[in-house]
Ligand binder design. Structure first.
Ligand SMILES: Cc1ncc(COP(=O)(O)O)c(C=O)c1O
Length: 372
């Protein structure tokens, strides 16, 4: 993969499209804001790297005070480790002999934690950690209402925690309870209320496990919409928020997250077939839309009507505007994480110019780390 570094120093208009831009000033401000907001809290930030998939950005978050990085996949963690990140939580279940061997191999070179919610998986991790002559730190995932992974709070969590604590090669490090069903609740008041209510089961489980004599040192939870709510709860030690670093169109619609949209897709108008329509060179192969059709940056009169594979159809709501083929316009992705996963580079821009070009190093690493 050749990085188009020759563009460094060029004006934004000279970037060929469709291309992902990062507003570096805004990204630094988002990192700074979250860092400042966490300073008075006892919980620490361990940002989710699925949002950027870039060791460079992970290092910026760590330099600002994050205690490490969260990943979803072994392939992402491998890229982070190669990029020099040394403290990683895989906030997910790693199942199957190949992935478990890769996880154990990573644990020999860096500080790794992984989530579990199943006894057989605990046994498999334990066997592999022993074979790899390493110790793997494990968090028991508790279902706090998202109804995705996780054992139920209380007795089931205690049972699995004991099984982890007794498994050779594993260390029971604590619990994880991701309240993903609450991160997008639009009203701040309602979000606060529901987080307090649903996360009580996790806090009670921490106390219950400790009362049985097993220390629970780490309690990890939280996304961007809940970071500053969950991060203030007793017993929570780490927050996994990721999206705050870029924000995206969907996150921008909820109350109470003071961050700016950093990531945009630069597109070119390729046609103005009718006075009130333009066509852009971005479609479903460069822009995802499972969270709704994205909107344009700073152009309220433009409305994206639909995406085909390589085209976006846009309505000009004021019938006017001098939009001509060849002009470039920026879109704010509605879902940043899945959009950046189909791009190779970020063009980091400042004051209208390309300052840097970074590979999206862990993009597509849902299964493997091998590069094509
Ligand atoms: C387990 C887990 N933790 C944390 C996050 C980060 O959430 P956000 O993107 O809201 O910051 C996610 C997002 O999907 C997640 O799945």
């Amino acid at each position: 993969m050749t990085i188009p570094a020759a563009l460094v120093g060029s004006a934004i208009e000279d970037i060929d499209t469709p291309a992902l831009l990062l507003d570096l000033d805004l990204m630094e401000r988002n990192i700074g804001r979250m860092t400042t907001a966490f300073q008075p809290l006892s919980a620490k930030l361990r940002p989710h790297a699925k949002t950027h998939k870039s060791p460079i950005i992970a290092h910026k978050q760590i330099a600002a005070g994050a205690i490490g990085i969260t990943c979803a996949k072994v392939g992402e963690a491998e890229v982070m480790v190669e990029g020099g990140v040394r403290d990683i939580l895989i906030a997910n279940q790693i199942v199957g002999p190949q992935k478990i061997r890769r996880l154990v191999s990573l644990a020999r070179h860096t500080d790794m934690m992984v989530a579990v919610d199943d006894l057989q998986n605990v046994k498999d991790l334990s066997e592999a950690a022993q074979a790899g002559k390493t110790l793997l730190r494990v968090l028991v995932e508790v279902n706090v209402g998202q109804n995705r992974c996780g054992v139920e709070p209380g007795e089931p969590a205690l049972t699995l925690a004991r099984q982890v604590a007794q498994a050779p090669g594993l260390t029971f490090a604590g619990l994880m309870g991701y309240e993903g069903h609450l991160v997008f609740v639009p009203s701040l008041e309602e979000r606060v209320h529901r987080v307090h209510s649903d996360m009580q089961a996790l806090i009670d489980t921490v106390n219950f496990i400790e009362s049985s004599g097993l220390p629970v040192n780490i309690v990890s939870a939280g996304g961007t919409g809940t970071a500053l709510i969950t991060g203030r709860l007793p017993r929570i030690t780490e927050i996994q928020a990721g999206s705050y670093v870029f924000m995206d169109g969907r996150y921008k619609t909820i109350e109470g997250v003071e961050c700016d949209c950093v990531l945009t897709l630069l597109t070119t108008i390729i046609s103005r077939p009718r006075p009130d329509h333009i066509i852009i060179d971005a479609g479903m192969k460069t822009l995802t839309h499972e969270f709704g059709l994205p909107r344009f940056k700073g152009c309220d009169e433009l409305e994206l009507l639909g995406l085909s594979e390589e085209h976006g159809t846009v309505k000009l709501n004021n019938q006017g505007g001098a939009y001509k083929p060849g002009e470039k316009i920026e879109i704010i992705p509605s879902h940043g994480d899945t959009t950046l996963n189909i791009h190779d580079y970020y063009y980091g821009v400042r004051n209208g110019r390309v300052e840097t070009v970074w590979p999206i190093a862990a993009r597509g690493k849902s299964r493997q780390k091998e590069r094509t």
